[in-house]
Design a protein around this ligand. Structure first.
Ligand SMILES: *Cc1c(COP(=O)(O)O)cnc(C)c1O
Length: 431
């Protein structure tokens, strides 16, 4: 499999090179040069195959010869080591819980898969790789856990001091070993700016081999296909059209769903659901893509004004907006609607949504009013305890923290304080 840059100004790369580079040298995102559908036999057996088998079948063409089959199978087994329960919260409306991974974030799958691929690629190299990642909270923990103890790879996480939740901070700062966390004086954008600057700093690049771990990387983005197969398997027996509602920020998750559909997953409709950062739903209405500055909301993992992966979404349809509009419907909701939804669903169904999942639910509900007698699956992308402050105030009840977080919460926080780029650079050059 060959990957081309969507800016078309740099050369094509294999899976391995595209993963190690992250982004092409012309700053374009990598996109697979062709996408081959499943055979009819696999499609008719989707309901019966194990999730590990489907994952292998779906991703192998994208990995190509970069990883031998047996190794790829073991990477998949290690990545998908937990379940994705599908909970029917109302008739024909299902929550696909993607938060049962090690850091309770749906990003666990992408982060772990990417870490294991990179570890394999770097196995026989004497050169260390340093992963730099800026986070507003959720990504940092998932990346830290995913890369923990992977030989030959160091991870440096930059997060805004005092602006992440307690759980998130503990997840980033208690592991140690090859994971280091830097507490940055500033906001998330300052962290991101420092990372961007480091990537083009010749002095740093001469000394350190840097790479990134954000959802632009194909190894973090593509394995999210697995969720859609996992969800579909559990409802295929109903023989009704299946719709997926995806709470979206950077649009990596939705785009992975589109790839799953392209290789044969029978999806009737995708719903792109956002908070007030709604460049894509507005585009679906007006046909004009007009991104705005990022607005802060309570579903903050989706606070993205100008989603990086939208260019990939367009590419899936060869930039044909009519085809795109046929398969994707857009919805956007504000914080009040989100809170009201969390409250109502708890009251009515005793189910606790987190603010991101709530937005997925709301979109699905709107769609179902118009198109009943179909199956609707919304992605529940975070455990409600990760957004406990908002959820607890909204439902007037404490949210239990899963036992597997106990160890993390008891761990001792270790971080390094950084106030500006000069200090950050100094740190990188001496480490
Ligand atoms: C990252 C994230 C999202 C958005 O996913 P994208 O692939 O960026 O669209 C949604 N919910 C949660 C909880 C997230 O962490």
């Amino acid at each position: 499999m060959i990957y081309n840059s969507l800016n078309h100004l740099s050369k094509s790369e294999t899976f391995k090179e595209a993963v190690l580079k992250g982004i092409a040298s012309d700053k374009g995102l990598y996109f697979p040069s062709k996408i081959k559908p499943f055979t009819k036999k696999i499609i008719s057996n989707l309901g019966k195959l194990s999730i590990h088998d489907i994952a292998f079948e779906s991703i192998k063409q994208f990995v190509g010869t970069s990883i031998p089959s047996n190794k790829l199978k073991s990477i998949i087994e290690e990545t998908l080591s937990f379940d994705f329960p599908l909970i029917e919260i109302e008739e024909n409306i299902f929550s696909l819980e993607l938060f049962h991974g090690p850091t309770l974030a749906f990003k666990d799958v992408g982060a772990r898969f990417m870490a294991l691929c990179m570890g394999f690629f770097n196995e026989n190299s004497t050169e260390k790789i340093t992963v730099l990642v800026a986070t507003s909270g959720d990504t940092g923990g998932a990346v830290a856990k995913g890369f923990y103890n992977i030989p030959g790879i160091d991870v440096i996480i930059l997060y805004p001091k005092g602006k992440v939740s307690l759980v998130q901070e503990k997840q980033m700062t208690t592991l140690g070993k090859n994971i280091t966390s830097l507490e940055i004086e500033g906001v998330f954008d300052d962290c991101q700016d420092m990372v961007k600057k480091a990537f083009i700093d010749p002095q740093i690049n001469k000394k350190i081999r840097l790479t990134s771990a954000n959802s632009i990387n194909i190894a973090r983005w593509l394995p999210q296909m697995f969720y859609y197969f996992a969800g579909y398997q559990k409802v295929s027996k109903h023989k009704l059209p299946v719709n997926f509602s995806v709470p979206s920020g950077n649009f990596g998750n939705l785009c992975a769903g589109l790839i799953a559909q392209k290789i044969g997953l029978p999806v009737n409709q995708f719903l792109a659901c956002t908070n007030l950062n709604n460049a894509v739903p507005r585009y679906l209405k007006s046909g004009v893509y007009d991104p705005k500055n990022t607005i802060q909301t309570i579903s903050n993992a989706m606070d993205v004004g100008n989603p990086s992966n939208f260019i990939r979404v367009q590419k899936v349809f060869n930039n044909d907006i009519h085809k795109l509009k046929k398969l994707i419907k857009g919805y956007s909701f504000n914080d009040n609607e989100t809170k009201k939804c969390i409250k109502n669903i708890y009251k009515k169904n005793k189910y606790i949504l987190d603010p991101h999942g709530a937005i997925g639910y709301l979109g699905l509900k709107k769609y179902t009013e118009k198109y009943p007698n179909q199956i609707g699956i919304f992605m529940e992308t975070a455990h409600p305890c990760k957004f406990a402050e908002i959820v607890e105030k909204t439902i007037n009840k404490k949210v239990d923290i899963p036992r597997k977080l106990n160890k993390t919460l008891k761990g001792e926080k270790k971080s390094i304080q950084i106030s500006d780029y000069t200090q950050f650079k100094e740190y990188l050059l001496k480490s």
